[in-house]
Design a protein around this ligand. Structure first.
Ligand SMILES: NC(=O)c1ccc[n+]([C@@H]2O[C@H](COP(=O)([O-])OP(=O)(O)OC[C@H]3O[C@@H](n4cnc5c(N)ncnc54)[C@H](OP(=O)(O)O)[C@@H]3O)[C@@H](O)[C@H]2O)c1
Length: 228
């Protein structure tokens, strides 16, 4: 069985934060960079976020460009990528935007999360329990069984940390915004974990580009750096 290619997408401040601690979402990208992220979604078969990002940001997680959606349809693909939520607790509010717009949705959870969700997402999402915990390799196996070849993981920090620590990330697209958050209460791109290879493993830096005031970095975590 083939697991999907996993692309981890993130926007960070210069000091490594992905948001501030205020109730409103901190916009790190500029307009052109948000459009780049929209194009990446349009290229993906599935887009995944953690339940905390869903609760906090109330995103729709759609492809915004009508042209890109038409292009998908013309290629025989669904208008939108499958949108995926990961939750252990099953604490999901069915009134959020996410459940109101767009196409197919999948929720990966635990046995207890499945119990808590019950019928609340009936007609809105397929809910899959992966047992006592959400096992990310099993999640990828399940996406692969569904024929999904490209997964975009959009965060937040717990989810990025879990995927990277499990050695499941094929590439990272990191947009660095020219601002500093400086608040230890704000969420970071990655939390502490036992990452593959430890601190001595140098990932391959595959590309660096500029999008206005954003620096876009592309890393291949499974490849060693070719710099001696
Ligand atoms: N700048 C960016 O690119 C970017 C992108 C996305 C999000 N963000 C920001 O990231 C912040 C949220 O990040 P976060 O780390 O707090 O939350 P998160 O990663 O979005 O979601 C964490 C939740 O995901 C579920 N989860 C995580 N690991 C799991 C596991 N191993 N098994 C089962 N469920 C698991 C749990 O849901 P339950 O609690 O329901 O069990 C957990 O509370 C927000 O401030 C958001 O704005 C920034």
């Amino acid at each position: 069985m083939t697991r999907p290619h996993v692309l981890l997408s993130v926007a960070v401040s210069i000091d490594g934060y992905i948001d501030d601690a205020s109730p409103d979402r901190l916009l790190l990208s500029n307009a052109a960079d948000f459009d780049r992220v929209d194009a990446l979604r349009a290229e993906s078969d599935a887009v995944l976020i953690g339940a905390q990002t869903l609760r906090r940001d109330n995103p729709r997680l759609l492809v915004n460009s009508a042209e890109r959606r038409l292009h998908r349809i013309a290629a025989g693909r669904p208008e939108y990528p499958v949108r995926v939520i990961v939750t252990a607790t099953g604490d999901l509010d069915p009134r959020l935007n996410f459940w109101r717009f767009g196409g197919e949705r999948l929720v990966y959870t635990t046995d207890s999360g499945l119990h808590r969700i019950g019928d609340t997402l009936h007609g809105r999402a397929e809910v899959v329990s992966l047992g006592g915990t959400v096992d990310f390799p099993s999640l990828l196996d399940d996406l692969g069984k569904r024929g999904l070849e490209r997964l975009m993981v959009e965060g937040g920090g717990s989810i990025h940390t879990a995927f990277l620590a499990a050695g499941l990330v094929d590439e990272i697209r990191m947009a660095v915004a020219p601002l500093v958050v400086g608040d230890p209460a704000a969420p970071r791109f990655l939390g502490p974990a036992d990452f593959p290879g430890g601190p001595h493993h140098r990932m391959q830096l595959a590309d660096v580009s500029r999008i206005g005031d954003i620096a876009l970095l592309r890393y291949l975590p499974k490849e060693d750096s070719d710099v001696g």
